[in-house]
Design a protein around this ligand. Structure first.
Ligand SMILES: C[S@@+](CC[C@H](N)C(=O)[O-])C[C@H]1O[C@@H](n2cnc3c(N)ncnc32)[C@H](O)[C@@H]1O
Length: 337
């Protein structure tokens, strides 16, 4: 096994890199798609094994320096597209099939620590939160969305109990003047929250997560990305997803188990029904978590969950049930034009 520890010193610590490489066995070569390039931690680690080829995507054009560096080192074996992963079919050749497709969801350290981009509640800047290739920003959402939409975004994407009060105070405040900076929004959230001394996380965390998900349409991206990836995966190829919050994990778990050939029964009292809608081999519902050392080195890995599934021999079909199951969230994300 190569010493891959140097890749962990990248501006973004690549979460569970050892586990990802163990699942991929890059020493055997192969074709990879890295749907979330970031600082290129996974991509470069995979390319450091000869006979591997990687196609990477990222919606953020600010990753260009890391892309140039990777291109310099690996020329023909590396291709990059500044695209969203829901557009996989617009950039990948129809007849191309990958051995491994990887998604490392969420935001990068470069995005969160660049305080001008307004992802962090410590920022002093305008509220923005666009990862790239967006149609609107968090500023637009805060200042233009109606009460019901705003409340639902904060409630369902942030799991925030005080969503009504926060939405109400946002609407009240913006009648006086536009809410244009992060500190102003944080102050409104603080004022709206019931005190909970047990909670260790910052009072604004859940509202900020909700806004970020909505601005970047992260649920629609994930659902469409999973569907696209299954289309471009070889039979026997692995789809590897690292998620960071419960809704993402619920979507991945449903997709893998509902379309595998040991789909769980609705209840143990129901007869077993043969599943004829199969995209994946037997799925064991196993979650891989970062180990203690990794969490100590990189605390933001503590909420990471890795799931993977193996593409079955069955031909691709469009998995309608996935969209139906999460229709509520897809509709909510399409509320703002
Ligand atoms: C957690 S970081 C990935 C870090 C990467 N694995 C590494 O080792 O450096 C997530 C990246 O995915 C990108 N991203 C998020 N959603 C995306 C989407 N829908 N399409 C393309 N890129 C996306 C973000 O811009 C960010 O750069």
């Amino acid at each position: 096994m190569k010493d891959i520890s140097s890749f962990k010193n990248s501006p973004h610590y690549p979460v569970m890199l050892d586990q990802v490489l163990n699942l991929c066995s890059p020493n055997k070569g192969g074709d990879y798609i890295d749907c979330t390039f970031g600082a290129g931690g996974y991509t470069n680690a995979i390319l450091s094994f000869s006979n591997t080829r990687v196609i990477s995507l990222d919606r953020d054009k600010n990753v260009s320096n890391y892309v140039s560096e990777t291109k310099k080192n690996y020329k023909e074996r590396f291709t990059f597209y500044n695209r969203k992963f829901s557009d996989l079919d617009k950039v990948i050749r129809k007849d191309f099939k990958a051995d491994f497709i990887i998604f490392d969801l969420g935001i990068s350290s470069m995005q969160i620590f660049n305080l001008n981009r307004g992802f962090s509640f410590n920022a002093k800047s305008k509220i923005d939160m666009r990862m790239g290739l967006n149609t609107f920003s968090a500023f637009d959402v805060i200042n233009r969305c109606d009460f019901k939409t705003l409340k639902n975004i904060i409630k369902h994407f942030g799991d925030e109990k005080d969503s009504s009060k926060i939405a109400l105070n946002i609407i009240k405040e913006r009648k006086k003047s536009e809410i244009n900076t992060v500190p102003k929004l944080v102050e409104i959230i603080k004022r709206s929250k019931r005190r909970n001394f047990k909670k260790k996380i910052n009072i604004a965390t859940q509202t900020f997560q909700a806004l970020r998900i909505f601005v970047n349409k992260e649920i629609s991206e994930l659902i469409n990305g999973l569907i696209q990836a299954s289309k471009f995966l070889k039979k026997g190829g692995k789809l590897i997803i690292i998620s960071f919050h419960s809704l993402e994990d619920k979507i991945v778990k449903f997709f893998f188990s509902n379309y595998s050939n040991n789909k769980p029964k609705v209840s143990r009292y129901y007869p077993y029904i043969k599943n004829d809608k199969i995209l994946f081999e037997k799925y064991f519902n196993k979650i891989i978590l970062p180990n203690k050392n990794e969490i100590a080195e990189n605390s933001s890995s503590r909420s990471a969950k890795l799931r993977y599934a193996i593409r079955s021999k069955d031909n691709f079909f469009y998995p309608e049930d996935l969209k139906k199951k999460f229709e509520f969230y897809l509709n909510l994300e399409s509320q703002y034009a």
